[in-house]
Design a protein around this ligand. Structure first.
Ligand SMILES: [Zn+2]
Length: 88
């Protein structure tokens, strides 16, 4: 499978962090929770969120969603997990 490339530097990006969390945001708040990785350009150090899971970990209407969000926010406050917030 082809890797992510930094188009500015024309270098393959290198895996920087595995298993980061992404909150896909909507007008009302968090819509979906995803797992993804971060990749970094070895030259310019730009970081991108890539290698997304096939399916979201949870969607807002699922039972236990708010509890899961609270658990993730607590883990983030303890620097146990990195959370990105993405607006579509
Ligand atoms: Zn670069």
């Amino acid at each position: 499978m082809p890797n992510t490339v930094c188009k500015e530097c024309e270098r393959f990006m290198i895996v920087h962090a595995i298993g980061v969390i992404v909150f896909e945001m909507a007008d009302f708040g968090i819509y979906k929770i995803w797992s993804a990785d971060e990749e970094q350009c070895p030259k310019c150090k730009r970081v991108v969120v890539s290698r997304w899971a096939q399916k979201p970990l949870m969607i807002h209407h699922q039972e236990g969603f708010q509890e899961y969000v609270q658990k993730l926010l607590y883990a983030e406050s303890n620097e146990e997990v990195r959370i990105h917030r993405v607006v579509r």
